[in-house]
Design a protein around this ligand. Structure first.
Ligand SMILES: *[C@@H]1O[C@H](CO)[C@@H](O)[C@H](O)[C@H]1NC(C)=O
Ligand SMILES: *[C@@H]1O[C@H](CO)[C@@H](O)[C@H](O)[C@H]1NC(C)=O
Ligand SMILES: *[C@@H]1O[C@H](CO)[C@@H](O)[C@H](O)[C@H]1NC(C)=O
Ligand SMILES: *[C@@H]1O[C@H](CO)[C@@H](O)[C@H](O)[C@H]1NC(C)=O
Length: 307
């Protein structure tokens, strides 16, 4: 989720003169209303009715990012890219804070064509990313509880699902339970200065450290855990950092994340190298257009990699 350009932001409550609004001590400006019955504007409730997929891929995108979704469908988001493994891809979006109404028809058309968009009626802003993730968890728990695994990814990644499935998830084994992995952050804490984009006020999260959590660009969890995360999120104060918040949910469930093999999830950009990229799951900071230009080479039989 990190440095994607944030849409024009709405004024926070604390920028509104104190006289203009009654005080609302229980919720801070960065905390969207939650729990709250956000409604699905676009949904795919029957996608998983016939057969539960091995993996549900949830990709966070902004409503106007039609081109990004098109590139992702043809590259790492291709549902048939891992032979013998059923993958179900869904894009997660909210409502554009300025162009919500004109984009509605565009999104409806794209949705009718591809049947892979979930949209709820919250504003699609940086500080609402947690709602986007929770919408995905809600969908899995309501409409696809039999999925073995769930991957949440941001748009700006290079993702190698074949390696994730073959190396970490191993479909020949019984699905893991209460399992989550990715790039694990330990002993990190909230930034308290308002100068940061990722600033978290003490009123929103009082502790100085977060429980261990998986970095937001891409993480994987077992299907059973997606439902538990969604359920426990209804009972916790929401944090605008979606990845830390999922770690807090696990902590509240008495669970924790599992470290991944070293070098498999990369939070820094690495230069493209077919052999190297074929032995990792994720590299952050790859835009969809760039992945689109690399993908034929990555998928091609052109380069033979040493065993
Ligand atoms: C997805 O991958 C399959 C198998 O490699 C390929 O036949 C298909 O054209 C791809 N689909 C898209 C939309 O690129
Ligand atoms: C999050 O979405 C809610 C519902 O649309 C909206 O009221 C709120 O202003 C948004 N919060 C932020 C920080 O953008
Ligand atoms: C916050 O700190 C308290 C007191 O040390 C601890 O009991 C609690 O588990 C912590 N919460 C999280 C989410 O780490
Ligand atoms: C395969 O290799 C040849 C020779 O190096 C190159 O011209 C061609 O573009 C490559 N094909 C792909 C799909 O990268």
């Amino acid at each position: 989720a990190r440095p994607s350009p944030s849409p024009p932001r709405q004024p926070y409550d604390d920028e509104v003169p104190a006289t203009a609004k009654p005080p609302r001590p229980s919720r801070q400006p960065l905390q969207p209303p939650y729990p709250y019955p956000y409604r699905f504007l676009l949904n795919e409730p029957h996608k998983c009715r016939e057969r539960a997929p091995f993996l549900v891929l949830l990709v966070a995108t902004e409503p106007a990012d039609t081109a990004g979704r098109a590139a992702i469908r043809q590259t790492w988001g291709n549902e048939s890219s891992v032979p013998g493994v059923s993958i179900l891809r869904l894009f997660l979006t909210g409502v554009h804070p300025v162009f919500g109404a004109p984009l509605r028809r565009v999104l409806e058309e794209e949705s009718a064509l591809h049947r892979d968009i979930l949209q709820q009626d919250f504003l699609d802003t940086y500080n609402n990313l947690t709602l986007k993730t929770l919408m995905g968890m809600e969908w899995v728990s309501r409409h696809c509880p039999g999925a073995a695994y769930v991957v949440k990814a941001d748009r700006d990644v290079f993702l190698n699902l074949a390696y994730l499935v073959g190396r970490l998830l191993q479909p020949q084994l019984p699905p893991k339970r209460d399992f989550m992995t990715g790039y694990v952050y330990r002993d990190t804490g909230p930034l308290r200065s308002k100068a940061y984009k990722w600033y978290v006020p003490r009123q929103v999260y009082p502790n100085d450290t977060y429980p261990p959590y998986c970095g937001g660009p891409a993480y994987v969890l077992s299907g059973d855990l997606a439902a538990k995360v969604y359920a426990v999120a209804q009972t916790l104060p929401l944090l605008n950092m979606e990845d830390s918040f999922v770690g807090i949910c696990l902590h509240a469930l008495g669970l924790s994340v599992t470290s991944s093999p070293w070098g498999v999830f990369n939070m820094h950009r690495l230069p493209y190298d077919k052999c190297k990229f074929s032995r990792l799951v994720m590299v952050h900071h790859y835009q969809p257009e760039e992945v689109l230009s690399l993908w034929p080479h990555f998928q091609g039989a052109n380069v033979t990699c040493p065993p």
